[in-house]
Design a protein around this ligand. Sequence first.
Ligand code: SAH
Length: 349
Amino acid sequence: MGLAELEQWAVGHGQAAFRGRQLHDWLYAKGARSLDEISVLPKGFRQQLLAHPPAGAGDWIGRSRELHRSVARDATTKLLLSTHDGLSIETVGIPAEGRLTVCVSSQVGCPMACSFCATGKGGLQRSLAVHEIVDQVLSVREVMGERPSHVVFMGMGEPLLNIEAVLDAIDCLCGDLGMAQRQITLSTVGVAHTLPQLAERTLQRLGRAQFTLAVSLHAPNQQLRQELIPTAHAYPLQSLLEDCRRYVAITGRRLSFEYILLGGLNDQPRHAEELAQLLRGFQSHVNLIPYNPIAEESFQRPTPRAVEDFRQLLQRRHIAVSVRASRGLDADAACGQLRRRHATGLVAG
Ligand code: SAH
C-alpha cells in the first residue's frame, strides 16, 4: 500500500489518518518486519490486529524469511527467501561502482522452460504478489546495508505473465521507496500479444513508460530460437519483433535485446551476421550474455574470443552492443541454481 491507501486503511480501522503516515515510514523507510517493531502504534491497536491476521497473506506486514544467503567473492549476494506459504524464491544484490542492483523474481518458478535456464526446469508454482516483489528489494537493502539504486526483473519467472503485480511493484518502488523508473529494467522472453498490452497498461498505470524493456532474443532466426526456447514455436520471431515495434511506437522508448551466447551453438560469426541483418534499422541495443553453466545441461560457455568477435562484428554493422559481465559465479549466480541445490539438500538451510 502507498501512503494514501495506508491512511485510508488506518481510518477504516478506527485510527487517525496520521497513523497511515507512521506506518508508511516504518514499512518503507525503516523496513519493519513485524507489527511488534512498530512501537509508535498504540499497543491495544497492535494486539487487536495481531488477533486477526489477514487471510492468505501470512501476517499484516508480509515480509519473507531468509532461508539461505550466498555471498560471492565479488560481494554479489544471493538470497533464498521463503514465502508465507512455504515456497522459495531467489533474489540477488549486485554491487558495482556507485550502484546496487537488485535482481528480483516475479514468479515462483517459471512455465516458459527455456532450455538453458535452471528456473525453467522446475515449472511454475505461482505468480508473486506485489508485496512479495517489493519485499525482495527491502531484503537486499537490509542484508547489504545500502539503498538499492537499480532493479532488474531478471530473476525467476516471466514478468509478462504477471503484468499487473509487476507494474504495481514498479509504482511502489518509485512512489514509496524513491527509486527512479529509469533505473528499472523488465526482461521478457516474449508472451504472445502481451507487449502492446504492457505498453498500454504501463501508460495507464504509471503515467509514463521510462523503465527499460529487455527482450530475450537469444537466436538470430526462428529455427534456432525454437530449439532453445520451446514457447517460440507458438510465437514466432517475426511476430515477437512486430510486437516489439508496437511497444516502441506506443511508449516512445527504445528497447534492448538480450542474446545469451552458447558456445558453438549461436556464437559464431554467421550468427552475428544474421542478427545484424535481423535488427537492421531497429533502434535498439544488444546485450550479450555469456552462458552461465547449469547442472542440468551440457551447453558450453562461449570462449572469450568468440564473445569479442561477436561483439565486434555487431559493432561494425552499427548495432549498439555491450557484453554483460558475469557476476557472482561462485555463488550459484545463474538464476534458479541456488533454489534447486537447496531443494535437493546440497546447501544447508
Ligand atoms: N523470463 C524473463 C526474465 C528472467 S531471465 C526472460 O526470459 O527474459 C533473465 C535473463 O537471464 C534472460 O535473458 C535469460 O535468458 C537469461 N538466462 C537464463 N538462464 C541463463 C543462464 N544459464 N546463463 C545466462 N543467462 C541466462
